[in-house]
Design a protein around this ligand. Structure first.
Ligand code: PGA
Length: 244
């Protein structure tokens, strides 16, 4: 399985010019690298950027109509975007997205032929109170409700413990490995062994070029979801190369 490195630019950079400069620098830097890379810029830059695989950071669970401010999965797909991030912890926490809503988004994105990066992960409080596995199992089971064995092929799971996102306090290698094993166990229970062996599981949370290779080598992760470090072309290129 090829490693997959996803850049989540979040609400950055501040204008089109900077977005193009960052994108072109990344494109140039990874030209001869075999690793799969997906860039997820804000919606407004998706149609400006060409030459690398693109992902959106969110989509609506509705198909069309009177939903002011929303963007549909079909509108995203129409821009030749291939991926969509669903259920990022910032969406769950700041915009109160629930597992039920996330499941509806997953279904709409699948019907629009997008590949989904489904984010899951426990908060610090949940981790401290020993609820990690309970939370992960709930997020997976609810998020994937009604998704069949065939559809699951278009889903990637990103394990992102909330305390590790944007903090520099990345999740330890051992903890990440145990979470990824647990995620595969849940997938095996919901589907079967072949699905759980083949589903891609990414790690995300304060990934930098000095820790990226360790996650790939030692945790069973099939790739990385990179936030802050993906806004610096040189650093992001180093990350991509470190796992090649
Ligand atoms: P970070 O963000 O790399 O800045 O920690 C990761 C993410 O939110 O996907």
């Amino acid at each position: 399985m090829k490693n997959l490195i996803v850049a989540n630019w979040k609400m950055n950079p501040g204008n089109q010019k900077e977005a193009k400069i960052l994108f072109e620098a990344i494109k140039k830097g990874i030209k001869n690298v075999k690793t799969e890379v997906v860039i997820c810029p804000p919606f407004v830059y998706l149609s400006l950027l060409k030459g690398l695989t693109l992902g959106a950071q969110n989509c609506s669970w509705e198909e069309k109509g009177a939903f002011t401010g929303e963007i549909s999965a079909l509108q995203v797909r129409d821009l030749k975007v291939e991926y969509v991030i669903i259920g990022h912890s910032e969406r769950r926490n700041y915009f109160n997205e629930t597992d039920i809503q996330i499941n509806k988004k997953v279904k709409k994105a699948l019907s629009a032929k997008l590949k989904i990066i489904l984010c899951i992960g426990e908060s610090k409080e949940e981790w401290e109170s020993g609820k990690k596995v309970e939370v992960l199992e709930r997020q997976i089971t609810e998020g994937l409700k009604g998704i069949n064995v065939k559809e699951i092929r278009n889903i990637i799971i990103a394990y992102e413990p909330v305390f590790a996102i944007g903090t520099g306090d990345n999740c330890s290698i051992d903890e990440t490995m145990s979470s990824i094993l647990f995620i595969r166990k849940v997938i095996c229970k919901l589907y079967n062994r072949v699905v759980s062996d083949n589903i891609r599981v990414l790690y995300g949370g304060s990934v930098k070029s000095d820790n990226s290779a360790l996650y790939i080598k030692n945790t069973g992760a099939n790739g990385l979801l990179v936030g802050g470090a993906s806004l610096n072309a040189e650093e992001f290129i180093k990350i991509v190369k470190s796992v090649a």
